[in-house]
Design a protein around this ligand. Sequence first.
Ligand SMILES: *Cc1c(COP(=O)(O)O)cnc(C)c1O
Length: 412
Amino acid sequence: MTTAKPDAVPQSASPTAKNEQWIEKAKAHLLQNYKQQPIVIERGLGSRVWDADGREYLDLLGGIATCGLGHCHPEVVVAVKAQLEKLWHISNVFYSEPQIELAARLTAASGLQRAFFCNSGAEANEALIKLARKVQKDRGNKDRYEVITFQNSFHGRTLATVTATGQAKYHQGFEPLPAGFTHVPYGDLDAVREAVGPHTAAILVEPIQGEGGVRSAPPGFLKALRALCDEQGLLLLVDEIQTGMGRTGKVFAYQHEDILPDAISLAKSLGNGMPIGAMLCTEEAGKSLVPGTHGSTFGGNLIAAVAANVVVRKVTEPQLLRDVTQKGEYFLARAREIQSRLPTVIKEARGRGMLLGLELFQDAAPVIAKCRELGLLVNAAGEKTVRFAPSYFVTHDEIDQGLRIVERALKG
Ligand SMILES: *Cc1c(COP(=O)(O)O)cnc(C)c1O
């Protein structure tokens, strides 16, 4: 599936003609808020994509950790096509089967009892933040509204979630920022303990900081946060947007620590590229979001929901999760071999399952550009880390091929 070529790759006169024409048009009309890599990607299958001039790339970024099952996974395609001809959107004024089915599957997989659907990660985190404030109000703690988050975290781009994000560069120019967020060093339990005060409502944490450079919390950290939340009457909110849906070898990364959060956020891999987000929470917490308190027009859209149902069905298969774990270990072992050959270039290879980072001693951007020229797609997480978030079905050969390109790019 991952090696099949698409039919009828468009051919153009000059090798870069179509890419260049489209990029010129993009520069004329798109908001210039992204640093985009200079290729126009037209189609994909598994871990391969093709640009507008028909050039093939190995994609080890997977739509920034969204296409866990790979591009155009055949079972997702079948499900989406069938739903396209049936019904697209009905809104939450009515019930729909795909959404109910998805809620049942996600709650069963997570151990949480209630599901709310939205369209993106930021919206899922907004739901977490609103939930935490409302639960504390309903418990009679009207002054508990503050959420403790972590330095170097990433939680989204809306005003509340960008404020939750522990990176000043995302805040600058958007002040005044909403009140009620405080940031402490990631993995530092004493700092969290010290930050808890009369206004604290919840702790929001990523099991692995994805955008922040693929940095894992120290083992036991989530478990310690769970205990602290229980002791202080706080909600433990886990941002599983990047780490969830099988990415780290468990359906949800908090399951590595055998804890149950009060609520989690999902998006990225949930729809295999279809825009869908979700907030899952306990029965007790969920009681606070009564009719009128929260909602979303497109939340739980039927096309996105059928795609997500295929994803949940796949990523709850134990064999798939074992494969993700094993391929992650293989990737790290190979990456560390490269590190041993280039000890002054690579600082650390890290990550878990199919979320991996290679921290360099230099800026990652030129290396990423070089990789692209050599036919490999990856991106930067933080300034110096090359991030890999491949499809769960990536093959060992593709991992080898990708890392050979990385090594060539690192040698200049
Ligand atoms: C991507 C991401 C978000 C934001 O998701 P959007 O869909 O871009 O709003 C939030 N948290 C984490 C951990 C993410 O990786």
